[in-house]
Design a protein around this ligand. Structure first.
Ligand code: F6P
Length: 549
């Protein structure tokens, strides 16, 4: 667990007492080099930390904290394939999935690259065939719709990437994502699909997740209803699986040829780089998918090799820790000013909160500080006209990440400049606010009568000092998206190391699953509700009276 009594932590706490009430206005006024000192560029990606409430001394102390947590050692342990996910006895090797060089990764006997390369080759063959119209369904027609059935990491990553890169998608091939066990998700899709030209990708590392398996069985019935006597022949033409459980896929009716392997050293929320990314390859082609991998690999190399002082994931993580543990921010917002990035906030919610949403350290002891903040977010343009009021005047400290690309992926004349003007205006307004003096001057200039000025004035003041990081990609292409996502992954890793957390297990999702298993037969009336708490019991009775199970 983090040693909050360590000299490094204590020095930060003391420094925070000194600077906590400083305003970003003053920091910028005092330091004409603030932007150049606190912004970094990597392969065209600009990351500006200057609107964070941190100064150079604070940053130096944070870097001491990273060193005292043996960040360099943990980083090497991860890249060396040590079983740092100790509670599941697993290595953490998602970086191997984007290792495009020759040679082994990690070195020695634990080299996973032969398996990784074999699956990549299988993905290429399959996605090329489907995209070229050579993979035929039971009626001999080419595939026009791909439906990914998965949930959590087997849905959020590939969905976010496919939607982010829709500008790179070939016309004529639609890719859909079904995750919800609510039949409204699948049923509405069936209305627009033709079973003869639909391919299902069942993505589940365990091949046992309730939502995914129920949806997969429903899809199989739908296919078989159309294929009739041809059902057995149709199944392998319309279904493939991405899983580490070959036996379960076989029990579902899929031969090994239809199964794309993943391994226990790939966590679900880190799996989009594996065969879980098959829908990405189907959407943009395997070359595009490998550009995504290449961007992530560039960030891996940066994270591994660049000194902490200039290391983007390290700096991003440390500033997050400053905001959470020293300034006391309970949440953090992700605000993409990019329509294609609309699923990025939900992807990052899983990445961050499933990894570090914990109160127990690696040593089994309760953490002595709060770990991951609540992550939330929305397309920035839409948020401006909804919840930004609270960010500006609600009195909560909400650090945010503003993300945009300099170029539009679907350019229409006259749109990109207003988009970027708003993007830049909001982080500036949040940082610098508007003083009473400035507000008064504006009201006077607008010739508002003096008696009204006094009553309006409190409403027109913006406290500012709301911290943010600005990230600008040159364009939202596979390579730079890969860089962006790996940046966040490594940020999460660094924070986990400093908080002393195992970021790669997720025991907290189990209790609800267990309970749902117990409640299902009660809801269906197969068992009674004895032993349940009175609220759940009464709610089951209510559902049974009004529902149809
Ligand atoms: O329940 C949480 C979880 O295990 C996630 O960690 C994972 O991404 C998701 O469920 C899906 O798991 P699977 O790929 O095994 O279906």
């Amino acid at each position: 667990m983090p040693n909050t009594h360590s000299p490094a932590w204590q020095a930060l706490a003391e420094h925070c007492e000194v600077v906590r009430h400083y305003h970003l206005r003053d920091w910028f006024a005092r330091d004409s080099q603030r932007f150049s000192g606190l912004s970094f560029e990597l392969e065209g990606v600009l990351v500006d930390f200057s609107k964070q409430r941190i100064d150079r001394r604070g940053l130096a102390l944070l870097l001491d904290l990273a060193k005292s947590a043996d960040l360099a050692g943990w980083r090497e342990r991860m890249f060396a394939g040590e079983r740092i996910n100790f509670s599941e006895n697993r290595a953490v090797l998602h970086s191997a999935l984007r290792f495009l060089k020759t040679g082994s990764f990690p070195s020695g006997e634990t080299d996973v690259m032969p398996d990784v390369r074999q699956v990549r080759a299988k993905m290429r063959l399959f996605s090329d065939q489907v995209r070229a119209g050579l993979w035929r369904g039971f009626s001999g027609e080419a595939i026009r719709d791909v439906v990914n059935i998965g949930i959590g990491g087997s849905d959020l990553g590939p969905k976010m990437v496919v939607r982010s890169l829709s500008a790179y998608q070939r016309a004529g091939m639609r890719v859909h994502f079904v995750s919800n066990v609510d039949s409204a998700h699948m049923a509405k899709l069936f209305e627009m699909l033709d079973p003869r030209t639909t391919l299902f990708v069942v993505a589940s590392k365990t091949f046992s997740t309730q939502e995914t398996m129920l949806n997969a069985h429903t899809a199989r019935k739908w296919l078989c209803a159309a294929a009739g006597e041809d059902c057995a022949r149709a199944l392998p033409l319309h279904f493939v699986a991405v899983t580490s459980d070959l036996a379960r896929a076989a029990a579902f009716g899929l031969p090994e040829a239809n199964v794309f392997d993943i391994w226990d050293w790939v966590g679900g929320r880190y799996s989009l780089w594996s065969a879980v990314g098959l829908p990405i390859a189907l959407a943009i082609g395997m070359n595009g998918f490998e550009r995504l991998l290449a961007g992530a690999q560039a960030m891996d190399t940066h994270f591994r090799e660049v000194p902490f002082e200039k290391n983007l994931p390290v700096l991003m993580a440390l500033i997050g820790i400053w905001n959470t543990n020293f300034l006391g921010a309970a949440t953090s917002a992700v605000l993409p000013y990019h329509e294609s990035l609309r699923f990025l906030p939900s992807f990052l919610q899983q990445l961050e909160m499933e990894s570090n949403g914990k109160t127990v350290g690696r040593d089994g002891q309760a953490l002595s500080c709060q770990a991951n903040p609540i992550v939330w977010g929305e397309i920035g343009s839409n948020g401006q006209h909804a919840f930004f009021q609270l960010l500006h005047q609600g009195g909560w400290l909400v650090p945010s990440d503003f993300i945009a690309s300099a170029q539009s992926d679907f350019p229409l004349p006259g749109h990109q400049a207003p988009l970027m003007a708003n993007f830049l205006a909001q982080s500036a307004a949040l940082a610098f606010g508007k003083t009473e003096q400035e507000a008064r001057a504006e009201l006077e200039a607008a010739k508002v009568p003096p008696e009204q000025i006094d009553s309006l004035l409190p409403h027109k003041v913006f406290a500012g000092n709301q911290p943010s990081t600005t990230i600008i990609l040159p364009r939202l292409d596979p390579y730079h998206l890969g860089m962006l996502l790996a940046l966040y992954e490594h940020k999460v890793f660094v924070q986990g190391v400093i908080w002393g957390i195992n970021s790669f297990d997720q025991w907290g999702v189990e209790l609800g699953k267990q309970l749902a298993g117990r409640l299902l037969p009660a809801l269906k009336g197969e068992t009674d509700t004895e032993g349940l708490d009175q609220s759940t019991k009464a709610l089951i009775d209510w559902c049974r009276e009004y529902g149809d199970f």
